[in-house]
Design a binder for this molecule. Structure first.
Ligand SMILES: *Cc1c(COP(=O)(O)O)cnc(C)c1O
Length: 380
């Protein structure tokens, strides 16, 4: 077997080299200024990202996890409230609900978008339901065109988890609208592997609501209105200047990089068409940004195919092998195995293939040929 270069799941070095010169200059200026938190870079980014999303307010915070926590707090969600969300997500979505003392109520997912199924959401609404927390999973928008009317009818808040979907859009009321601009608030993560990532931790809340923005502005700095006056009980969760500088350089390139992800995704999908796998679907109302390119493989083959790819230097992942409702930490919520059959079946089948804007066509071809070799029993 000839040795090939490894193909990692994500590789951000090329992206760094793309902005390196400009970044080192801005970082040097920033470090000379020694104003390292919530300074001019953060202000510039908050304004630029607000413009990009078409929302009045963006507030930088310490991470995507904290963006979810603080958004729920700012929305006034707390003890006694139920928040309907998806069990098929990164754990932080659910932690945030528990952190504010509310109760996560899970519903099963739609097998095409992997987002929570609107019919199941409607069936789960009780008098205690306060909010919906949809996740735009893998970069595909959740069906907001159905969730928004539902929330209006039942007087519920909407917090979007947009941590995986910077730049994704949904066709709504005759126009394409960015996710993160559609509810009462939205949480973004700038963890370095996300579509828009810093080089450390970072997050933001976007909101159309002045009252929510005002509370967030206080909550992220210990509820402080001025030095030594604390109007609210908050926390320490700030976006720092060095990270905001990275984001200011990357934001203008986000759409271009997302387009590259879409091109790569189309190449994967075309090459895998005749194999025994299910490739990602883009709903007609959705503009998918492929944070992750996730296929489904018959459960009996998933782990063997994963081994086959890893043995040949191809980085693969499983997002997510254990749904939230089956996590050991959440056993007290009382959901057992079999509660959400669609989600549980999909968790046994998913396999994440390499995806990032600097992946080459040739690398995609190596990955798809290696998958083909697995299914034809060839020793590729
Ligand atoms: C990454 C992620 C988060 C958390 O963001 P961090 O910045 O890592 O704290 C929350 N929800 C989802 C769906 C994510 O993918």
């Amino acid at each position: 077997m000839k040795t090939k270069r490894a193909i990692p799941l994500v590789d951000l070095k090329a992206q760094y080299l793309d902005i390196r010169e400009e970044l080192l200059e801005v970082w040097d200026q920033t470090l000379h200024r020694m104003h390292l938190f919530l300074g001019p870079q953060v202000q510039q980014f908050e304004q630029a990202f607000a413009r990009y999303l078409g929302v009045p307010h963006v507030l930088g915070v310490g991470s995507g996890t904290e963006a979810l926590d603080l958004a729920l707090q700012a929305l006034g969600v707390g003890p006694g409230d139920e928040v309907i969300t998806t069990p098929f997500t990164f754990f932080a979505t659910v932690e945030a609900i528990l952190h504010v003392g509310a109760r996560p109520v899970f519903v099963d997912i739609d097998p095409e978008t992997y987002a929570m199924d609107p019919a199941a959401v409607e069936a789960a609404i009780t008098p205690r339901t306060r909010a919906l927390l949809p996740v735009h999973l893998f970069g595909h928008p959740a069906p907001m065109h159905r969730l928004i009317p539902l929330a209006r009818r039942h007087n519920l808040l909407i917090l979007e988890d947009a941590a995986q979907a910077h730049g994704a859009r949904i066709h709504l009321d005759g126009a394409w609208k960015p996710v993160g601009s559609l509810g009462d608030a939205a949480a973004f993560s700038f963890y370095y592997t996300k579509n828009l990532g810093a080089f450390g931790e970072g997050g933001a809340v976007a909101t159309p609501r002045d009252d929510v923005a005002e509370r967030l502005r206080l909550l992220r700095v210990h509820g402080q209105t001025d030095k030594y006056t604390h109007a609210l009980i908050g926390t320490n969760s700030r976006l720092d200047e060095l990270q905001a500088a990275v984001l200011n350089l990357k934001l203008p390139r986000l759409d271009l990089w997302n387009e590259r992800r879409r091109t790569l995704a189309a190449r994967y999908t075309e090459a895998l068409r005749d194999l025994d796998v299910i490739t990602p679907v883009e709903a007609p109302w959705a503009h998918h940004v492929y944070h992750l390119y996730v296929i489904r493989v018959p459960a009996a083959h998933r782990d063997a195919l994963r081994e086959h790819l890893m043995a040949r230097g191809i980085g693969v992942g499983i997002h997510y092998p254990v749904p939230a409702h089956l996590q050991p930490a959440l056993q007290d919520l009382g959901y057992g195995k079999g509660t959400f059959p669609v989600c549980e079946q999909i968790a046994r089948e998913v396999l994440t293939l390499p995806m990032h804007p600097f992946l080459t066509d040739e690398e995609v071809d190596v990955v798809t040929e290696t998958i083909r070799a697995y299914f034809t029993g060839a020793t590729g």
